[in-house]
Design a protein. Structure first.
Length: 168
């Protein structure tokens, strides 16, 4: 029984302590006194006076230039970069096969053989990958698996003649 009384007294003491140390009620802001500022004047509606003709234009300060110490080495000159593919690069794509038909076109069974076939035809293959595309499930339509090659733009016409399509 004594434990219960002590527990209640401690609980009440903690609650009183929390209430006493809790956040204070916000103080009311003092009421503003009389406005001692001068009244606003009406904005002028007339246009500003034009500058005289002999008035100099505003001067723009030149930007400071960095000066290097006399013994500081000169920066190396860089050779101009030459684009190895001046015509650019394009991606071409071709399905691996046709739905409901067995096999693939000769030379296009896997990615390594596809790159070898294109290189043998004189096409410079820069990058190659397999990709899956969303297609309709209809016999005679392309499969979802596609070969995707990045080639030199100069070789695009040759690739198109071999059944490849430019990726848009």
């Amino acid at each position: 029984m004594n434990r219960l009384k002590v527990t209640h007294l401690l609980t009440i003491a903690v609650l009183i302590l929390l209430a006493a140390c809790g956040p204070a009620a916000p103080e009311a802001a003092p009421s503003p006194g009389p406005d001692l500022r001068p009244p606003l004047q009406e904005a002028a509606t007339s246009t500003p006076a034009a500058l005289p003709e002999n008035y100099p234009p505003p001067a723009v300060a030149p930007l400071p230039t960095a000066t290097l110490p006399a013994d500081y080495p000169a920066p190396p000159t860089m050779a101009p970069t030459v684009d190895p593919y001046p015509g650019g690069m394009v991606w071409v794509i071709r399905p691996v096969g046709i739905q409901c038909e067995e096999g693939t076109a000769p030379g296009y069974t896997d990615l390594r053989e596809t790159v070898a076939t294109m290189t043998a035809a004189g096409i410079n293959v820069i990058d190659s990958q397999m990709t899956d595309m969303m297609v309709t499930a209809v016999c005679g339509d392309p499969t979802s698996a596609h070969f995707r090659l990045q080639i030199d733009a100069a070789d695009l016409q040759t690739a198109e003649s071999m059944g490849w399509n430019r990726e848009s």
